[in-house]
Ligand binder design. Structure first.
Ligand SMILES: [Zn+2]
Length: 881
């Protein structure tokens, strides 16, 4: 699963998270002993499900038969069901009673006679509810390509919502075969995991029956239906690829179709097991939930994450490619081999994230994708630098915890970075051999982390569990202090010392250590790896003292490095000559050490000033991000103007050399860098930048061809920030006349950037109005979060007054993430007790622990802001004297 909104929130307010119990090391997968809330004495083998959705009344009727294997004599069968009423139940034709319990989300069936071990047939008839948010079987209204209001239906079952559409053993270890039929309006088309087996029209309705699925987990079943059209093609290995969209949008799926074929062929080769289903559908749902879901053979996407129209941008192409690569990796990691229980969700999500980054980088070399992903790694490190962070592997006991395990910072981004480090440590070929062994051994079944370590150990001859357990079962990561010594002839050796890195600056109360593959390189030489498996190590050869030292060579390790002062001075002097990846990681580390109070801001600014004429996008984005943070923290403080002047002077040479107009020879990331530097200078109030943006905006209003899609946001965002009412109205008119949602969001979100409080309020009102089409309802929170930048108190008051409307498209479970991310985002908007009281009204019952973690993040955010303002003022004072 991939969450656009959740990941965006996490990145924007990168201080959340958490404090869930770490899981104990586990045995290999074993069905009988794997954790779960359902008894294992009755096991489903094959379901035949018939469902008739009634979207007009948000209701559904269904019937199903399940071939079950009874493993010891019993009269009682327990399975999952939610919001269901049972009209008929039997086992082997003998009537039975069912008592559902919506509190536990389980139903208890009592059979008419004792069931003996062996195969039996359970039959159930029921009615249930449809949802309006993206969970279970839901109704999705949308404005179609014809401009008219339409309705379609779709499903979203992960983690625990299949039970809302059909009674089932809704836990990942209960794999079974599903044969699904759906009765729907005859004018509609239905899509599911497997190809259509039959379609029978009866008057105004049609019943579509799909071929039986492979043995799989219940959360991977999918049904989408409506006025749908498709484009398709066959890849080199014979798999049919389909892109499904609402009628009239199918040509916008051409980019995704080409990607789908390319990615699946690459994965067939990497895993050594060909995609096992006859077809792979990618289904664009207008709305639903803000992300994508890897249902086996029928991946659903929010249409913004799959379709690329004429007004699409490079950023959207990158997002579509990487989200597809993520969901398609799940066809193996998650679907073919499923985690045994939610504790090991990382086996799905960390792998899909890593595989996606690897594939996106390989197939699009000009995007410098691993450098872009450094931003995600930094987000993970920031979250993981809090004492309340949690391990990649966490113990889950209920539905809310299962949902919370989908934590973008740790389960996705830290897991991805850990796997990249592991691949480098074992070697890419060895790592791949281990993955292929694991897939062969566990296909069509489930797995634990231990199964993976066993396969990787077999492939590498190394004790992978001993290395890996510290990374997946412990929260946090180390900072490695590097102290160099030089002998008389200038040969360098280094001593290493590790301890947990905490942003608060406090000492680690648990004295954690890790097994760390430390990649050390001297000058621009190749790295050699030292495995640091104790707190200290010394006497490690590290080239010549006259050369710079790279102790996380290539930005591959998930740790920070603190260099001794002399080595840091050497590195700073030689900074411009270092490889880009090493510049990036040194900037990241020095900034984080500064935030933690472990380094002087001047040491970081010295690196930033040493960038010279280098146009590396990620390095400059790191610098712009740090300067933006300080500028925001300094607002309304006496040091603001001095700092802004300093920051502007630092980045002006870059701005001058890049200019405003795209150069056809620019690599794609350089185009994005141009926008980033203009955006920052605009935000800092640079008069020249604001004037130029206004000039270009005026031309655009007269003639829309003057700004191609990629060039619009940078102009319009800057103009919107300093807009008066007339300009605001012009942007608003652009938004209202947008030809599609992509364009609409570009203009609508610009409105929320207005500095003028009166206009900011208008923007938030627009955000909750019917101007936002139903399929874009999940964008409503963006208007309020966008307003925080300039008008935090106003955003908070508006959120308090309209919380229900703002978050209407988010299902209850998703709101757990509001508990985590809203408090740090609003840390300066209102007294923290008021923030806590408001968040409490938004989130589902049982979220107290999540709110507490969110509040801890808010307090840390305040502490860091105070610290960085003090550091910035001191640095500016020193720069003056
Ligand atoms: Zn995923």
């Amino acid at each position: 699963m991939h969450f656009l909104a959740r990941a965006a929130l996490a990145a924007a307010f990168a201080l959340p998270l958490t404090g869930i119990a770490s899981a104990a090391p586990e045995p290999p997968f074993n069905f009988d002993t794997t954790y779960g809330n359902l008894p294992k004495d009755v096991v489903p083998r094959a379901y035949v499900i018939s469902v008739t959705p009634d979207p007009d009344h948000l209701a559904l009727t269904g019937s199903e038969t399940v071939k079950i294997e009874v493993r010891k004599p019993t009269k009682t069968i327990i399975f999952n069901a939610l919001n269901m009423t049972f009209s008929r139940a039997s086992v082997d034709g003998v009537a039975a009673t069912v008592v559902p319990n919506d509190k536990t989300q389980r139903a208890t069936l009592t059979a008419g006679k004792l069931l003996t071990p062996g195969m039996h047939v359970l039959a159930l008839s029921y009615t249930g509810k449809m949802d309006t948010a993206g969970q279970g079987l839901f109704r999705q209204p949308y404005i179609g390509a014809d401009g008219k209001q339409h309705v379609m239906v779709s499903t979203q079952f992960e983690s625990t919502d299949a039970r809302r559409m059909f009674p089932c053993w809704d836990e990942p270890a209960f794999r079974a075969v599903y044969t699904l039929s759906a009765t729907l309006p005859a004018a509609w088309t239905a899509v599911s995991n497997m190809p259509v087996a039959s379609r029978v029209v009866k008057g105004p309705t049609a019943t579509t029956t799909f071929q039986p699925t492979a043995k799989m987990a219940s959360y991977l079943v999918v049904l989408t239906a409506g006025d749908l059209k498709s484009i398709s093609g066959v890849d080199a290995n014979g798999t049919r690829h389909e892109i499904w969209t609402t009628n009239g949008n199918e040509q916008d799926g051409q980019y995704a179709l080409a990607n789908s074929k390319q990615i699946l062929e690459a994965y067939d080769a990497y895993f050594g097991i060909k995609f096992p289903l006859p077809k792979l559908s990618s289904i664009a749902v207008p709305g639903g939930f803000s992300g994508a879901m890897e249902n086996w053979g029928g991946i659903t996407y929010n249409d913004q994450a799959l379709l690329l129209g004429k007004s699409g941008t490079l950023g959207q192409k990158q997002e579509i490619y990487s989200v597809q690569a993520h969901e398609m990796a799940h066809q193996w990691f998650g679907d073919l081999v499923t985690m045994s229980w939610w504790d090991d969700l990382w086996l799905n999500e960390s792998f899909a994230s890593w595989m996606s980054a690897r594939q996106t980088a390989l197939a699009n070399p000009t995007w410098l994708w691993w450098q872009t992903e450094d931003g995600d790694k930094e987000g993970a490190m920031q979250a993981d630098s809090q004492i309340t962070s949690h391990a990649i592997q966490t113990h889950v006991t209920d539905e809310l915890q299962a949902e919370a395990a989908f934590d973008p910072a740790i389960t996705y981004s830290k897991g991805q970075a850990f796997l990249r480090m592991t691949e480098a440590y074992l070697g890419p070929d060895t790592f791949r051999s281990g993955i292929q062994l694991y897939m062969q051994d566990r296909k069509f079944s489930n797995a634990t982390a231990t199964d993976l370590w066993t396969a990787l150990s077999k492939a590498s001859g190394k004790d992978v569990a001993a290395y890996a357990n510290g990374w997946i079962a412990q929260p946090g990561f180390p900072v490695i202090s590097v102290t160099a010594s030089c002998d008389a002839s200038g040969n360098r050796t280094v001593a290493l010392h590790q301890e947990r890195f905490l942003l608060s600056g406090a000492a680690d109360p648990n004295a954690t250590t890790w097994t760390v593959p430390v990649g050390i390189a001297s000058g621009n030489g190749a790295p050699s790896y030292t495995v640091l498996n104790a707190r200290d190590a010394s006497g490690i050869p590290a080239g010549s003292c006259s050369e710079p030292l790279r102790a996380n060579a290539g930005d591959i390790g998930f740790y920070r490095v603190a260099y001794d002062p002399a080595t840091l001075a050497t590195n700073t002097k030689a900074f411009a000559s270092l490889p880009d990846d090493d510049k990036i990681v040194m900037l990241d580390d020095q900034w984080a050490l500064t935030l933690a109070g472990k380094a002087d801001l001047r040491s970081y600014l010295a690196l930033a000033n040493a960038m010279g004429s280098d146009h590396n996008t990620r390095a400059w984005n790191q610098i712009l991000g740090a300067l933006n943070t300080i500028e925001r923290d300094e607002r309304s403080k006496p040091g603001h103007d001095a700092f802004t002047a300093y920051a502007s002077a630092l980045v002006h040479p870059l701005y001058d050399s890049l200019g405003w107009d795209p150069n056809p020879n620019d690599a794609p990331p350089v185009r994005q860098l141009r926008h980033a530097v203009i955006g920052s200078l605009g935000e800092w109030g640079d008069p020249g930048v604001i004037a130029e943006a206004r000039k270009r905006f005026a031309a655009f209003i007269k003639d829309r061809s003057t700004l191609p899609p990629d060039e619009q946001s940078v102009v319009i965002d800057t103009v919107a920030t300093y807009a008066d009412q007339a300009t605001f109205d012009q942007i608003h008119a652009l938004a209202k006349s947008a030809k599609n949602e992509t364009e609409g969001q570009r203009y609508f979100f610009a409105l929320a950037m207005a500095k003028d409080p009166k206009l900011a309020e208008q923007a938030m009102e627009i955000g909750i109005s019917s101007e936002i089409p139903p399929q874009a309802a999940s964008s409503r929170p963006g208007f309020v979060f966008g307003t925080i930048d300039w008008n935090p108190a106003l955003a908070f008051e508006f959120g308090k007054a309209h919380g229900k409307k703002i978050f209407e498209a988010m299902d209850g479970m998703n709101m757990v993430f509001i508990a985590l991310y809203a408090p740090p985002a609003f840390a300066d908007a209102a007294p923290l007790d008021q923030v806590q009281a408001w968040v409490t009204t938004l989130v589902p019952p049982g979220s107290d622990a999540f709110i507490q973690r969110g509040m801890a993040s808010a307090k840390l955010a305040q502490q860091l802001r105070a610290r960085i303002v003090q550091q910035a003022d001191a640095a500016m004072q020193a720069a003056k004297t």
